[in-house]
Design a protein around this ligand. Structure first.
Ligand SMILES: CC(C)(COP(=O)(O)OP(=O)(O)OC[C@H]1O[C@@H](n2cnc3c(N)ncnc32)[C@H](O)[C@@H]1OP(=O)(O)O)[C@@H](O)C(=O)NCCC(=O)NCCS
Length: 149
């Protein structure tokens, strides 16, 4: 599957999961060699593909129930997005994705202090707050920066 196909696949989960989803264009902008991707099918099964090169071999992607998109830097990995389709929530899908992400070692992420489900998810996965940016987002909410080593 080429990059545009993968971006459309992820955008379909974005549209279902977020009030302000990332567009195909925005997702494409993050799909380079540093991208690390985790996909669960609708049964919650992790697909064995994580990098763009590996996605090249995926010819017929199954319907996706949840995904994460992360960026691998030299000494840490940054979680950019994690989303579960509403009909599959509270069934451990995000927990499974976070377990996969943990394989990259030191992880950083940013989250709105108004996003209680995400905050609870990250805390349950062992992340701790390392800084806070006041009124960072457009809705006036704070940005919480969290880390797991
Ligand atoms: C946040 C989100 C990814 C959680 O996905 P999920 O598959 O429902 O989460 P899980 O079932 O794996 O839950 C794992 C833990 O997260 C916490 N959690 C998840 N949803 C929660 C909610 N609605 N309220 C409180 N805690 C919640 C709980 O601690 C939960 O453990 P538990 O079920 O044993 O109590 C999902 O609600 C979502 O896609 N939200 C919209 C997108 C988003 O905001 N992404 C994060 C910012 S990029």
């Amino acid at each position: 599957m080429e990059t545009t196909g993968l971006a459309h696949l992820l955008a379909s989960v974005e549209t279902a999961a977020f009030e302000s989803p990332w567009s195909v264009y925005m997702i494409r902008g993050s799909l380079d060699q540093s991208a690390r991707i985790g996909l669960l099918d609708v049964n919650g099964k992790l697909l064995p593909v994580r990098t763009l090169a590996e996605f090249g071999t995926l010819e017929a992607p199954e319907r996706i129930g949840a995904y994460y998109l992360a960026k691998q830097n030299d000494d840490f990995t940054e979680l950019l997005r994690i989303a579960v389709r509403p009909e599959f929530r509270r069934q451990g899908f995000a927990h499974r994705l976070m377990a996969d992400l943990a394989g990259y070692g030191r992880i950083l992420l940013e989250v709105s202090d108004k996003n209680q489900p995400a905050l609870a998810l990250y805390e349950s996965a062992g992340y701790r707050t390392i800084s806070r940016r006041k009124r960072y987002y457009g809705d006036g909410s704070d940005c919480i920066v969290m880390e797991k080593r």
